[in-house]
Design a protein around this ligand. Structure first.
Ligand code: ADP
Length: 472
């Protein structure tokens, strides 16, 4: 245990080592023993059995009792004291061993706690001294043994002396208090601690002893911030759905107006105008397509429905329709080599959602590449055996940070800042895909990351024709 000053006596002394005990063991007890024995001898003599004990004649009884009384004292008192002392020492050793073992276990428990434990003596004016510190406090404060600042009152150094005094006094007044505070260090990033304070004793002068523990809450705060971001993204998704709904009608009207104008111009053809009108109609249809994808995407799949046949090419093109512009804006070229006509057994929107997330991650990885570097997203599909299909998505973004690769599909694993990423995308992808009996894996190639999705496909029929490679 790490006591910074000796612990108060009595508090940890479970054995009676007081003067009273000394008196009992070495004086009172031997006297009682002696009196008892002397009494026995006297009673034996009185009853006339003394000679049987000592095999002496009747005439010798009383003088012998009297004579023997003195050597008995001399003999028995030291014997009793020695026996008593040996017994006492053995009991003491036994309890000391028990106590050592007990405190050893307590220490082991305390030292393995992922918290910083402390005992603090607080004076009536709020000034205080740290008496004990334990637990894995270096882990909590992300510090080392040789951190000089750590020897001071890091709490008051971080929150300010006045605030620390207020906290200690509030704890003495209310019995307990909790505080979240930022542990500030000039040379290293700060970390957030939640400290629980509890009063264990009051000294009658307005002071007392406070015990407590601190936990590192960096991760908890990060998750909370990411949750806020995730909720914001989710409301954006809902807004996108209603915007898609609102835009559908004006686009239809626009396209219809262009078609009517074209029809009305029959007989009075003005080639330039007709070309413009065709452009309007085509672009309005394209916009309507994107909006339709967006609408279906935000609506999601019907829960608990069994997987249905999904045209893999259409699913990938649908996902690309949603994020294509986003990829192009970052100067990314997309290559889609669909060499087979594959029908997957899947939930179309879930599949599209997983693909969209992987495309956006690839875009994020390539967006900040230095100018001149290749920014390419390659999508390829192939059959694997008779009943499986595989989609591979590769990019040239430099690859996934190897420190997160083993945990990539776990929630809140991210290398992005709290306002740029939630760390939820790939864990959601994993959930969506495994729910459809698909598998997803990731590894790094020489150029970047490669994701592989494998899932059940309908058997290839003999009449299926291989489709040519398509560039998007
Ligand atoms: P988020 O994108 O919100 O961080 P994700 O779960 O989608 O959450 O991704 C987790 C992390 O995986 C990302 O922060 C990033 O570090 C890494 N990652 C995912 N895809 C790629 C990729 N194509 N290239 C490099 N890193 C990637």
């Amino acid at each position: 245990m790490k006591f910074l000053r000796p612990p108060p006596k009595n508090q940890f002394n479970v054995l009676p080592t007081s003067r009273f005990m000394f008196l009992v063991i070495f004086i009172v007890f031997p006297i009682f023993v002696f009196i008892g024995m002397y009494g026995i001898i006297l009673v034996a003599a009185y009853l006339g059995n003394f000679d049987k004990i000592f095999t002496l004649s009747d005439n010798w009884q009383y003088p012998i009792v009297k004579i023997l009384g003195i050597p008995m004292i001399i003999f028995f008192v030291p014997v009793v004291i020695i026996v008593n002392y040996i017994t006492y020492i053995s009991i003491l050793r036994f309890f000391q061993r028990e106590r050592r073992e007990y405190f050893g276990k307590v220490e082991l428990i305390i030292e393995s706690l992922p918290a910083s434990l402390f005992l603090r003596q607080v004076n009536g004016d709020g000034s205080s001294q740290l008496i004990y510190r334990g637990g894995r406090y270096h882990e909590v404060y992300r510090t080392r043994d040789d951190d000089a600042r750590f020897d001071g009152d890091i709490f008051s150094l971080s929150v300010g002396y006045q605030k620390a005094v207020e906290t200690y006094l509030a704890c003495l007044r209310d019995g307990e208090t909790v505080l979240e505070w930022e542990f500030l260090r000039p040379d290293k990033p700060s970390c957030w601690i939640r400290s629980y304070f509890k009063t264990v004793s009051l000294d009658g002068n307005g002071g007392g002893e406070i015990i407590g523990f601190g936990l590192n809450i960096d991760r908890e705060r990060e998750v909370a911030l990411r949750n806020v971001h995730a909720i914001r993204m989710s409301s954006l998704g809902e807004m996108a759905s209603s915007i898609a709904h609102e835009l559908k009608q004006p686009l239809q009207t626009l396209s219809l107006a262009a078609e009517i104008t074209m029809m009305q111009s029959v007989g009075h053809p003005v080639p330039a105008i007709n070309t413009q009108l065709e452009t309007i109609i085509n672009q309005a249809r394209r916009a309507a397509d994107v909006i339709e994808h967006l609408r279906r995407f935000s609506r999601g799949d019907v829960p608990n429905e069994p997987p249905r046949p999904v045209d893999l090419r259409k699913a990938i093109e649908g996902a690309l329709a949603l994020v294509g512009a986003y990829l192009r804006a970052s100067g990314i070229t997309v290559t889609f080599n669909d060499n087979t006509n594959i029908t997957l057994l899947a939930h179309e929107i879930s599949l599209q959602q997983a693909l969209t997330n992987i495309f956006i991650n690839a875009r994020d990885a390539m967006h900040d590449l230095p100018p001149g570097k290749i920014r390419q997203l390659r999508i390829a599909t192939r059959r694997r055996g008779d009943q499986l299909a595989e989609i591979t998505i590769s990019d040239t973004g430099g690859g996934i940070d190897t420190s997160i690769l083993p945990r990539l599909f776990q929630p809140f694993v991210t290398t992005k800042s709290t306002d740029a990423g939630t760390g939820l995308g790939l864990s959601i992808c994993h959930g969506l895909l495994t729910a459809m009996s698909f598998k997803i894996s990731a590894h790094n190639t020489a150029e970047g990351a490669q994701f592989t999705i494998t899932g059940p496909a309908e058997r290839a029929s003999a009449g299926q024709i291989q489709s040519p490679s398509t560039g998007v």
